[in-house]
Design a protein around this ligand. Structure first.
Ligand code: ADP
Ligand code: TRP
Length: 320
């Protein structure tokens, strides 16, 4: 099955991104034909600083490669290195009803959060549809927040096929819901936009400091605590073994254990979990030319596939 997904380089990747998306992307590469890319054209819609975007593109690439993205099986590239998607975006735009985009909640939400409403932000789902359709993707693993974008993609592909004849494969979504939303250190959803993240590869002492700052309630050490309402416990769930988690659950409910103890253990477990990948991440950091080469080769492979689909669409529409 051809599996495609993109991740925006809108900041450093965090453990919410890992447990909510990347882990599944990496698992899916074993049995499938993986197409994964760094969605820098999408990131542009929220107006990042050029220097930050430049660095984050490579940081995302290094994170994926360090965590096990296998370039001998999976095609991995940076979206803007395959500009065929922008041409397809235009072709698709000319068949996308305004009403379809006006109904998209992510645009409305971002505007409500105070982001300036540029045209790119409004047209974002059409670019995403082009990303998906240009590679004849069959399965698109994404978080629940992206479900509507996959539906829009199917709608656009359907309109196109009905109008111009069978051209695009209709993709299926694969909603990653194996973990609930990972909370940030302030208890809201962990997100690059809230400054509440624990980055996958931030220095170990900084991981420790952040865990120690995780917001908890003021239940005294001796009193029983509700693990289901605790941000520390929610993170322990991601990294502790089933047996250890059951023990923590018991300790919380019995009382006599402070949140500080749970935090100390969480630091150990988080560091242990990602430690095997840190060395690889450091090697990549010291060898940026290798990272650039990997992305360039990925872009060449991706472009070869994109060219074929783009030609098909151009021809169907009468411009070739
Ligand atoms: P962010 O909110 O940090 O900018 P993105 O919107 O770029 O994250 O999300 C990239 C991927 O990571 C998506 O598939 C999304 O569902 C997943 N993801 C992001 N934050 C979390 C979280 N706190 N918990 C679970 N999954 C998350
Ligand atoms: N919009 C997605 C996100 O914010 C990223 C993305 C861009 C994507 N193009 C895609 C995801 C195509 C899946 C398929 O998470």
């Amino acid at each position: 099955m051809r599996v495609l997904s993109g991740i925006q380089p809108s900041g450093r990747l965090h453990i919410g991104n890992f447990f909510g998306a990347m882990r599944q992307h990496l698992q899916l590469q074993a049995q499938n034909e993986g197409f994964y890319f760094i969605a820098d054209y999408h990131a542009l819609t929220s107006g990042p600083k050029p220097e930050a975007l430049r660095l984050n593109r490579y940081a995302v690439a290094m994170d994926y490669l360090a965590l096990g993205l296998d370039t001998s099986k999976t095609i991995f590239w940076c979206q803007s290195d395959v500009p065929q998607v922008t041409e397809l975006t235009w072709l698709l735009s000319c068949i996308t009803p305004m009403g379809l985009l006006q109904r998209c909640v992510s645009y409305k939400e971002k505007v409500a959060q105070g982001l300036t409403a540029n045209h790119g932000l409004f047209a974002y789902p059409v670019l995403q549809a082009a990303d998906i359709l240009i590679f004849d993707s069959q399965l698109v693993p994404v978080g629940a927040d992206q479900k509507q974008h996959i539906e829009v993609t199917r709608d656009i592909a359907g309109y196109f096929n009905n109008t111009y004849g069978e051209t695009f494969v209709l993709p299926k979504d694969y909603i990653i819901d194996s973990v609930a939303v990972v909370p940030g250190i302030d208890g809201r959803k962990m997100s690059k936009s809230y400054d509440n993240t624990i980055e996958i590869f931030e220095p170990e002492n900084s991981v420790k400091k952040k865990v120690m700052r995780i917001v908890t309630d003021s239940t005294p050490v001796e009193s029983p605590k509700d693990p289901d309402k605790c941000n520390v416990f929610a993170l322990l769930k991601l990294v502790a073994s089933t047996e250890e988690l059951a023990e923590w659950d018991k300790k919380y409910r019995q009382g006599g254990t402070g949140y500080g103890d749970a935090k100390k253990r969480l630091v150990e477990l988080l560091l242990e979990y990602f430690r095997p990948y840190r060395q690889k991440r450091q090697e990549l950091e010291n060898n940026i030319d290798y990272v650039k080469k990997v992305l360039k080769e990925g872009a060449e492979k991706a472009a070869a596939v994109a060219d074929v689909t783009l030609k098909r669409a151009r021809k169907a529409m009468g411009i070739e």
